[in-house]
Ligand binder design. Structure first.
Ligand code: ATP
Length: 295
């Protein structure tokens, strides 16, 4: 393995339903060690699909049709499924959207954190236990020992998300994919969870690909941002630049739809339908051109 590589490099990635429509169209992005890159766009833009492709968990019937994914310098497309699973498990973690479905309801919390460390990464069970307790303490869970032997239903939604954050950071991953990790939580808990992810990330200098539909969250958590629409990158730059001076009309519309970053007194504005229609038309044209080229 080479050193000095990016935590994640996605190059011209296209993903499609087999025999059907494209869901990602030549997406490229890089996440450097220590960087938080937000991936922002409306529902259906393909944000989660990028995360799933990176983690090798695309839904059945959906596959990568072009492009490359390099995790810590490892080209996932050139690895066998078994090696790829091992690469992903040792390099990357997921903080999922819904803390309830992500935890197995019939198993205690402890093993759900330690199992990956022991089985996949070869830690001793004592080390794994110590690391889990330490992380649970770090995510401000009181009485970590008790929580280790609890079942998920005994914890609140916020506590469960803290457990999943602890589980994600426990193996010291190089990359964390955080897939709208605060969406399922109420507003006060959202703020705490966001702060926690930011603190742990800064401390460990883990690279994070942070999926969100909320420009407010982008502003709080990220240094860089990639704006996605219909599976295509509209704009990609430093977050401060994009917030201060958005270049693409879609980014401008998304920002206008987040009133606290423009005029807090105004109500939420939708992205204009004409703009959506125009962008979709442009994308359909370029899809057709590419298909004609390929044919
Ligand atoms: N299992 C699936 N089978 C077929 N199409 C799917 C599947 N999952 C997602 N899609 C489609 O893929 C596209 C991208 O979905 P994706 O979940 O990545 O969007 P997103 O930007 O993450 O949106 P959201 O914020 O709603 O999660 C959408 O058009 C969606 O309908």
């Amino acid at each position: 393995m080479v050193s000095n590589h990016s935590a994640l490099e996605v190059q011209s990635l296209s993903v499609a339903i087999e025999g059907g429509p494209r869901l990602l169209r030549g997406v490229s992005l890089v996440v450097q060690p220590g960087e938080v890159r937000a991936l922002v766009g409306e529902s259906g833009a393909g944000k989660s699909m990028i995360g799933k492709a990176v983690l090798g968990v695309l839904p059945r019937g959906i596959s990568v049709t072009a492009g490359e994914i390099l995790l810590q310098g490892n080209n996932l497309g050139s690895q066998s499924p078994q090696v790829r699973r091992q690469t992903v498990a040792s390099v990357a973690s997921l903080i999922p959207q819904d803390p309830l479905t992500a935890l197995n309801p019939s198993r205690r919390i402890g093993p759900q954190i330690t199992e990956r460390l022991v089985r996949l990464l070869g830690w001793s069970s004592d080390d794994a236990q110590r690391r889990a307790l330490d992380l649970l303490d770090r995510v401000q869970i009181r009485d970590p020992k008790r929580v280790m032997s609890s079942y998920p239903h005994e914890l609140s939604g916020g506590m469960r998300q803290r457990v999943l954050i602890a589980a994600a950071f426990a193996p010291r991953p190089k990359l964390i994919v955080a897939d709208e990790p605060t969406t399922a939580l109420d507003v006060t808990v959202q703020k705490q969870i966001l702060r926690l992810i930011r603190e742990l990330q800064a401390e460990s200098q883990t690279a994070v690909l942070f999926v969100t539909h909320d420009m407010g969250v982008v502003a709080k958590i990220s240094q860089t941002v990639t704006v996605l629409f219909a599976g295509k990158v509209m704009e990609s730059a430093a977050t401060q630049e994009v917030l201060a001076n958005p270049q693409h009309p879609y980014t401008q519309a998304l920002l206008a739809a987040t009133p606290r970053y423009t005029h807090p007194e105004e109500s939420l504005l939708p992205v204009p339908a004409e703009l959506i229609a125009r962008l979709k038309h442009e994308i359909a044209l370029s899809d057709a051109q590419e298909a004609a080229h390929a044919g």
